[in-house]
Design a binder for this molecule. Structure first.
Ligand code: ZN
Ligand code: ZN
Length: 307
């Protein structure tokens, strides 16, 4: 029996069309009607909310703070020390309360302010051996902090941090699953050239996912980058496109996933609306109620809470 036409369209698609925009996924076959929304899962363990503050994201710099009760962790320090402090102040975060810095890889947009910041606030720094060597931070890590390795979870600043290797043109780049003392789990994967079974196998049972949506393939193809740079960005050791992220999302959708944070968008080769639409449609097709948040390069994203 044919379904009523309106059942074939998602809420987000209707919203796009009512706004006079063409849906990005019109080429897809009609989708199933939306299932009844699932009740929210029970809290992991009672405790204060886990808060996520993205200070900024993109090729001009990346940094994320996590806060769970008294525990505070900084992931990457890709702005100048001064800029990181300024952005922390903008979201009401006191850098002096941090318990450590963990790095994904040594590229400048992830490490630019790391040394100055960790020296100023006397913080331990953690990274893979390749990242610490590439960032010139082996000495600092030996004094306070240390090496982390793919597949070896380690407690850092009150969180359990599990790194996993990802494909990217850096020495030993990693993504993370990070669990707070109440058992709430955040996944972060960016600067990843392609989906891998290792990374996708680790990014399970998440409450919040920070996922790279670097570029729109058509914008990259038709954009101003020189051909070699286009090849690098789209290559298997470059960055993840909106489409690749959307195609990989169904495997990452679990009962607890309540928010997907779009990260490391290119200002030249992407638009927030394109990334949000691609990911929103993918979540709709899965019947997943997770909210989508697009991060920005020039300003912090307001705190995101996981309860
Ligand atoms: Zn980057
Ligand atoms: Zn990178």
């Amino acid at each position: 029996m044919a379904l009523p036409l309106e059942n074939l369209f998602s809420r987000r698609r209707r919203a796009l069309e009512s706004a006079g925009q063409q849906s990005l996924l019109d080429f897809l076959a009609p989708i199933d009607p939306e299932p009844e929304p699932a009740p929210p899962p029970a809290p992991r363990r009672a405790g204060p909310p886990l808060r996520v503050g993205v200070l900024g994201s993109g090729s001009g710099g990346n940094a994320v703070v996590l806060e769970s009760g008294p525990h505070r962790l900084l992931i990457d320090a890709g702005f100048s020390c001064k800029e990181i402090v300024k952005r922390m102040q903008e979201i009401g975060f006191d850098a002096k309360t941090l318990g450590g810095i963990v790095l994904t890889h040594e590229h400048q947009d992830h490490c630019k302010g790391a040394r100055r910041f960790l020296n100023r606030f006397k913080l331990p720094v953690y990274g893979t051996p390749g990242t610490l060597a590439g960032a010139g931070l082996r000495t600092e890590a030996a004094k306070a902090g240390g090496e982390i390795r793919s597949g070896a979870p380690r407690e850092i600043a009150g969180f359990v941090v599990e790194p996993f290797l990802i494909p990217h043109d850096a020495s030993e780049p990693v993504g993370f699953v990070i669990e707070d003392p109440c058992g709430r789990r955040i996944g972060l994967v960016a600067d990843i050239g392609c989906r891998t079974s290792l990374a996708w196998g680790r990014l399970r049972d998440l409450d919040l996912l920070i996922l790279e949506t670097n570029h729109d393939l058509d914008m990259l193809r038709n954009g101003p980058y020189p051909w070699t740079l286009k090849q690098r960005v789209a290559g298997r050791h470059g960055h993840l496109s909106n489409r690749e992220a959307a195609e990989g999302l169904p495997e990452l959708v679990g009962d607890r996933l309540r928010r997907v944070v779009l990260y490391h968008l290119s200002r030249t080769n992407n638009l927030p609306a394109l990334a949000a639409a691609a990911i929103g449609e993918a979540l709709d097709r899965e019947g997943c109620p997770a909210q989508v948040t697009v991060t920005e390069q020039d300003r912090p994203t307001p705190w995101l809470e996981v309860t």
